[in-house]
Design a binder for this molecule. Sequence first.
Ligand code: ZN
Length: 189
Amino acid sequence: MDSAATLNLFRAAGALLEGHFKLSSGLHSTGYLQCALVLQDPTRAEQLGRALGAQLKAHGSNVVLSPALGGLIIGHEVARALGVRAIFAERQEKVLALRRGFTLSTSDRVIVIEDVVTTGLSTRETIEVAKAAGATVVAAGSIIDRSGGTSNLGVPYHSLAALTLPTYEPDACPLCAAGSPVTKPGSRV
Ligand code: ZN
């Protein structure tokens, strides 16, 4: 599945809207992305996991690690495609950690999977969780790369599609300046 096919899957699911949006942060943007809306369909989730898994297979991992919540479903689907186990890290007192009896050891070769990489911060934190447990992180992957190539994860990184959605302060928004009406994502009109 190439970048265009991936983004079309998102558009078909209403998971990628293009226009002029007011985000929950208050910023304005030319687009709105919500991976959960495409992943709610198990067939699409499996399809995306298979496509991402195919790009990552050569790294020879034996476990997929994802940060909760965003990485859970796609991490599980990539693990299904690779035939390896899927575990996740979650925040306890703001610190990302393995819980629920999940373990990693020095023999584990980990792939870290996210839904979207924007700054790369949570991906890097997840990589550190695996390293702290003594495991080797062989690669990282996400469905969408919103980093503009700036995520700098320190391991090979694969995504199904790159997407740049600029955000603006409302008083500096060129769409507002052009007189375009702003809408809230999710509100049907
Ligand atoms: Zn605006």
